[in-house]
Design a protein around this ligand. Structure first.
Ligand SMILES: Cc1ncc(C[n+]2csc(CCOP(=O)(O)OP(=O)(O)O)c2C)c(N)n1
Ligand code: SF4
Length: 288
């Protein structure tokens, strides 16, 4: 039976970008379930800690499984779920603080394994839940509650880092376009391997970047968002690096490599080629 979480309640500030992301995830999950005729309970959302972690539950209706773990550890939890049940659609939702700061050490190993999950990252360039401290994507020199005299570290370019780590699907999105974002999330969920959809999702309370992202004709602000052209070929690594290193924030599928085996395919292959041991045989091997 599908699960209902009607008693789950949480608060986001008015205008928080995460509202758009949750809508996009709902669109993507529901249409995918209908198209592929997968039961809703065969979808699992693993959430990090932060305002973004509230995406562990959809806004209304029947719910997928939700796992609200500990700060920064979405990927190890997702690895455990996927290895135990490779048939499930495992989706990670996390903020830039959770994923790129305390959780950073887990990204490269899953990229190397090509773990077959989709990670949706809500980047507001601050720690929203704990009142706006700086995160790896906060601008150099920015004044925040943890950098009262300006941030001393350079801003991380997460897309470039994912490319260097070998993440096999990288998309970039914006929270205010949930229909477009849903398409990127669907592509990420359909991708056979490690997919990251990295989203600009502004924090209206501690770092309101809507104007910088969208631009303002009245104020002469050009806006940072730009759509990848139809001619962009996601299988072209050089083109992906060029897009990422261009100024502003590219929106679309930046890179995709469908030629690598997934981690659970490799594990299955290895299992079928080695003799299995009983527990007592395994214990005997350790007795000197
Ligand atoms: C081990 C541990 N350290 C620190 C915290 C405090 N903490 C909770 S959420 C958070 C950061 C959240 O930032 P982000 O992932 O960017 O999410 P947002 O709230 O902006 O969506 C921190 C540091 C914690 N819960 N656990
Ligand atoms: S503090 Fe920021 S990230 Fe958290 S709910 Fe409010 S606007 Fe959203």
């Amino acid at each position: 039976m599908p699960l209902k979480n009607l008693e789950y309640d949480f608060k986001w500030c008015p205008g928080c970008g995460d509202f758009g992301v949750i809508k996009a995830l709902e669109f993507a999950m529901k249409s995918r379930i209908q198209e592929k005729e997968i039961p809703l309970v065969n979808n699992v959302v693993v959430a990090g800690i932060g305002c973004s972690g509230n995406l562990v539950h959809l806004l209304d209706g029947d719910q997928p499984y939700g796992f609200h773990g500990i700060h920064g550890r979405t990927l190890p939890i997702a690895l455990g779920i996927k290895m135990g049940r490779p048939d499930l659609n495992v989706v990670v939702v996390a903020g830039d603080g959770d994923f790129l700061s305390i959780g950073m050490e887990h990204i490269a190993p899953q990229a190397a394994r090509n773990l077959d999950i989709c990670a949706i990252i809500m980047d507001n360039a601050v720690y929203g839940l704990t009142k706006g401290q700086s995160s790896p994507t906060t601008l150099f020199g920015a004044t925040t509650s943890s950098t009262p005299f300006g941030k001393l570290e350079e801003k991380l370019n997460p897309l470039e880092m994912y490319m260097s780590y070998g993440v096999s699907f990288i998309a970039a999105g914006f929270s205010s376009k949930p229909r477009d974002l849903a398409k990127l999330i669907t592509s990420g969920m359909d991708h056979p391997g490690f997919a990251i959809v990295h989203i600009q999702s502004p924090c209206t309370t501690y770092n309101d970047t809507y104007e910088e992202l969208k631009g303002s004709v009245k104020k002469g602000i050009p806006g940072q968002l730009w759509d990848l052209p139809d001619t962009h070929d996601p299988s072209d690594r050089d083109a992906a690096f060029t897009a990422i290193r261009s100024s502003g924030w590219p929106v679309g599928i930046i890179y995709q490599d469908t030629n690598r085996p997934t981690f659970h395919q490799q594990v299955d292959k290895m299992r079928s080629s080695v003799d299995s041991n009983t527990i007592s045989q395994l214990i005997d091997k350790y007795i000197i």
